[in-house]
Design a binder for this molecule. Sequence first.
Ligand SMILES: NC(=O)c1ccc[n+]([C@@H]2O[C@H](COP(=O)([O-])OP(=O)(O)OC[C@H]3O[C@@H](n4cnc5c(N)ncnc54)[C@H](OP(=O)(O)O)[C@@H]3O)[C@@H](O)[C@H]2O)c1
Length: 293
Amino acid sequence: MEYISIAPGMDFSRIIQGFWRLGQWNLSNKELRGFLEGCLERGVNTFDTAEIYGESESLLGKVLPELKRSDYKLVTKTGISIKKTPEGAFGYYDTRYRHMIEACKASIQRLKCEYIDLYLIHREDPLLDPEEAADAFKELKRQGLIREAGVSNFDPFKFQALNEYMDGELRTNQIEWNPCCFEHFESGMMDLLTAKKIHPMIWSPLSGGRLFTSNDEVYVKAREKFSEIAKEKGVLVETLVYAWIMYHPVGAMPLAGSSRLARLDNAIAALKVELEHAEWYELYVASGQKTLR
Ligand SMILES: NC(=O)c1ccc[n+]([C@@H]2O[C@H](COP(=O)([O-])OP(=O)(O)OC[C@H]3O[C@@H](n4cnc5c(N)ncnc54)[C@H](OP(=O)(O)O)[C@@H]3O)[C@@H](O)[C@H]2O)c1
């Protein structure tokens, strides 16, 4: 396994295990413990969840106290709230000071850990007050409830605004990137992170599985080119996707989302794949969404 220093004294495994879908995995506590231990045996020391991922935090909290706290890094997120309305649930954002403090304490209770290694604001909030959110992060750090702070799904403008109030200490932006999604190449976020040497965490690197199953044209076209190059290299398509993501100079950390350790192995295998420079561009344009000018 490779490790990336996201802050002084904090090394994240290059491949991170995500737990968004944990509630659907139907694992017993014993099975979940086995899964977590399997991650650690493979050197995957970083686990990602969020307060909004259903039961994910609570399920992890049933097992994490059985592991040695210094063996793993925990990432969770705040900022999405749900209001129950007669029509159903209405999701909205809350990055106010009091909410961030209380939400963090509630996550720590559910996770049954003493602190969170990296605490993220989950989504861009149109009502974000960067000074107030930075004050909340700083207070959580002061109380020892979080070690580091970052964001997810931010555009460059909001990232810069908050980072200024954080004295340049936002540690990541967790963003979506896969063979069919290039939003953060278009926004300039990838350039900003590369220039600032801030490593993004990449969510849904396999398009949430749609890369393998969808009949939409973009997925079919991407699947064809990835399959062709994967075959030439004698690796699986998913392994090639991870290698393609990690080739970028930004030093991205992909989040594996599968319930199966065998698929985590396929992600880890990407660390040994050698990609030719020209191949990266062939894969970049494969879905038809990007062109080279
Ligand atoms: N910050 C955010 O806004 C945000 C949003 C979404 C996710 N995330 C984080 O990113 C993590 C990863 O996201 P993700 O779960 O969408 O990642 P992903 O790896 O793109 O998708 C995982 C899904 O793809 C399926 N899959 C994997 N390999 C497959 C194959 N060869 N054929 C068919 N299906 C396959 C998996 O099924 P199996 O389980 O059966 O293998 C699983 O359902 C999440 O757990 C979460 O921590 C963050």
